[in-house]
Design a protein around this ligand. Structure first.
Ligand code: LHQ
Length: 259
């Protein structure tokens, strides 16, 4: 259920069940997790894009397969099922390179929250973000309870989670749910440009930046300043740092190798 495309140092992973708006069944989730894990370990990949085929990013958990599991002889524990999504989220978070979610059309339920678990989000202006959970009597899962208040603030997070109203692309950009919203006809070009730009950046430093920023969400100032020093010690010894300084002094653009 996946399409995987390489363009230089960028890999684009496309969820491909367009007939159900890329809703997650077990196979799609498993394939996406494996593809993300492979991308994390492949040093020739310096930026990862996750997107959806057809008119949607994703419609969340496949509700048909969920109903089938509920009515089977051994009803499933949802928390057990969720740990599979948690593994994916943890791979995205620890991946030592930038991960972009590129959202066109619907991003509902846990698909929306997988997008929130990526480092950056670019949306088409036809994007529809729906925290669909409360509509069917569920709480936001897939990291929604963690990422939503951190991205848009507690007040808005509660409103979005309880009312479960659709948020369109421009509004999502305005409230900080996505980094950028672009017209639909520019979506693919803009996504590719952003991904290529990041893929040509100082990749090891980007990994350290992820570490610094994500850690800060759960730490105090003193801890963050301490970590900053430790990470800067590492960044300071990278070839890309030396190249960046040399390029500045020579008044030329830098050529980063990611090391
Ligand atoms: C779908 C789905 C879908 C199956 C559209 N499943 N077929 C819960 C429990 C366990 C663990 C993991 O996490 C979760 C959390 C969740 O993710 S719960 C939230 C699940 N998602 C939803 O509640 C959204 C359900 N879908 C919708 O409300 C609508 O489809 C939206 C608003 C997303 C899109 O509406 P439309 O643009 O009008 O499209 P549509 O409804 O016509 O959908 C197109 C097709 O896709 C349709 O099939 P059909 O055979 O009629 O063409 C839908 O049945 C199918 N589809 N979402 N989640």
């Amino acid at each position: 259920h996946l399409l995987i495309r390489r363009d230089g140092a960028v890999v684009t992973i496309t969820m491909n069940r367009p007939e159900v708006l890329n809703a997650f069944n077990d196979l799609l989730l498993q394939e996406l997790t494996e593809a993300a894990d492979d991308a994390a370990h492949d040093e020739t990949i310096r930026c990862v894009v996750i997107t959806g085929a057809g008119r949607a990013f994703g419609a969340g958990q496949d509700l048909a397969s969920l109903t089938a599991a509920e009515s089977s002889a051994e009803p499933m524990q949802i928390s057990e099922h969720l740990t599979k999504y948690h593994r994916l989220l943890s791979i995205l978070r620890t991946m030592p390179k930038p991960v972009i979610a590129a959202i066109r059309g619907v991003a509902a339920g846990i698909s929306c929250n997988i997008a929130l678990g990526c480092d950056l989000r670019i949306a088409a202006d036809n994007a529809r973000f729906i925290q669909a959970f409360a509509r069917i009597g569920l709480v936001p899962d897939g990291g929604g309870g963690y990422f939503l208040p951190r991205l848009v603030g507690l007040g808005r997070a509660l409103e979005i989670a309880m009312l479960a109203d659709e948020i369109n692309g421009p509004e999502a950009e305005r409230i900080g749910l996505v980094n950028k919203c672009v017209p639909l006809d520019e979506f693919e070009t803009a996504t590719a440009a952003l991904a290529q730009r990041l893929a040509q950046g100082p990749t090891r430093t980007y990994a350290l930046i992820k570490e610094l920023m994500y850690s800060s969400l759960d730490s105090d100032l003193q801890s963050s300043l301490k970590l900053e020093g430790e990470l800067q010690n590492i960044a300071f010894t990278t070839a890309d740092h030396k190249e960046g300084v040399a390029a500045f002094l020579q008044k030329r653009p830098p050529h980063y190798k990611g090391s």
